[in-house]
Design a protein around this ligand. Structure first.
Ligand code: SAM
Length: 391
């Protein structure tokens, strides 16, 4: 556990405090709970990346920033009694258990609930009780709660949950008309009959499925049924809702637009047109910004490896192979042998010029379309690693 403390502290500092989480108790709780113990086996190295990760039953362990945001919004206090709906991996419940007196957490998938309970027990978080069932009904036998955290997105705020809040209690829940698109709401119970509602911005959660959430088929469930309303949208509708206009490349706001990716290890740039000049220019401008301002050093392109290696030698000022290299002479030539890519390659070479060899950004191909030259290039670059045959 000690080994993961530095990445965990870095996550707290950069992804949480750096993005506006202010509650010291929440930051300390996030620094205490070992997230690597809640991710699926094989995902440990991503435990402190600020992203949701897949868990069993096609569900997710929530993104650390969202767990912190929800915990902060719920204003958890040491003596609070808390209900969480959507145990998932058990991680958010573990964080809440460091902040509150008792945490009841409900999961609809029995397997997830069982594994989460084992993880929480192994860590000694014994103020955290896992239940299996439909959390949209709340937990009437344990109500009232000082705070209710719902970790899945529903079509409406279930009245049943509001009714299980103590006066002064806070319900934090993602609500939206479509799957994967919700607003994070905080409902505060002001009196027996009055509630206040605040919004904490756009979020994306898996669907809240149950009597007062979505039905399995995507329609609204019985208590909030609206004929014809489903949580699904067509692909063009989803693209339309997700796209953001890109400023002009020479616009001073262009860089700021990309700074949200500064901490990412990998940024994927893709498109569907496979060949417009506008796309190549946009891709080059984005890549230049990430290299220049955020220290990215690998440009990995969907192109033949030996061809990209020739470009790499040029941009990193390395010795050419001697033969006259003419990369990207095979299909699809237009993708790489075009003016926009040439200008970007020249920019990389110039950018690298003043840098020591270890700091130069490289250009690498991810594909091996050209089998013959790929084999030759692999053999040429790997001969020194071939082990001595066993006797
Ligand atoms: N808090 C979790 C964590 O830290 O790993 C992440 C929860 S995941 C985003 C949402 C969870 O809500 C899923 O495990 C899903 O099965 C569960 N869920 C959805 N609808 C539910 C319901 N009606 N009752 C209980 N759990 C529900």
């Amino acid at each position: 556990m000690a080994e993961s403390a530095p990445p965990r502290n870095r996550m707290v500092e950069v992804q949480l405090a750096g993005r506006g989480i202010r509650d010291r108790r929440v930051l300390d709780a996030m620094a205490e709970v070992p997230r690597e113990r809640f991710v699926e086996s094989g995902f440990e190295e991503f435990a402190y990346e600020d992203c949701a990760l897949p868990i069993a039953n096609a569900q997710t362990i929530s993104q650390p920033y969202i767990v912190a945001l929800m915990s902060e919004a719920a204003e958890l206090k040491p003596a609070d009694k808390v209900l969480e709906v959507g145990t998932g991996s058990g991680y958010a419940a573990a964080v809440a258990s460091r902040l509150a007196g008792t945490v009841h957490t409900v999961e609809r998938h029995e397997d997830l609930a069982r594994i989460a309970a084992q993880r929480l027990a192994a860590l000694g978080y014994d103020n955290c009780i896992v239940h299996t069932g439909d959390g949209t009904r709340g937990l009437p036998q344990e109500a009232p709660f000082d705070a209710i955290l719902v970790a899945a997105g529903g079509p409406t705020v279930p009245d049943v949950l509001k009714a299980q809040l103590a006066v002064g209690g806070r319900l934090v829940i993602p609500v939206g008309d479509f799957e994967n698109e919700q607003s994070l709401l905080r409902i505060t119970r002001l009196s027996e009959t009055k509630y206040a509602e605040e919004t904490f911005g756009a979020v994306r959660f898996v669907p809240l499925i149950g009597e007062h959430g979505w039905a399995e088929d995507g329609t609204r469930s019985a208590s909030n049924h609206v004929p014809g309303r489903t949580r699904f949208r067509s692909l063009p509708e989803m693209i339309g809702a997700a796209i953001e206009p890109l400023p002009d490349f020479d616009d001073p706001t262009f860089g700021g637009f990309l700074d949200r990716f500064a901490q990412s290890r990998v940024v994927l740039l893709g498109e569907a047109s496979h060949g417009t000049s506008e796309f190549y220019q946009a891709r080059a401008a984005i890549t230049r910004h990430l290299i220049e301002k955020h220290g990215f050093k690998i440009v990995a392109v969907e192109a033949d490896w030996p061809d990209a290696a020739a470009v790499d030698r040029y941009v990193r000022h390395r010795t050419s192979r001697g033969t006259r290299e003419r990369p990207f002479e095979r299909f699809p030539t237009w993708m790489w042998r075009n003016k926009d890519v040439a200008a970007f390659v020249e920019w990389m070479r110039k950018h690298n010029d003043a840098k020591p060899a270890s700091e130069r950004a490289g250009f690498y191909g991810l594909d091996i379309y050209n089998m013959r030259s790929s084999i030759a290039a692999v053999l040429a670059s790997s001969t020194r690693w071939i082990p001595t045959p066993r006797r």
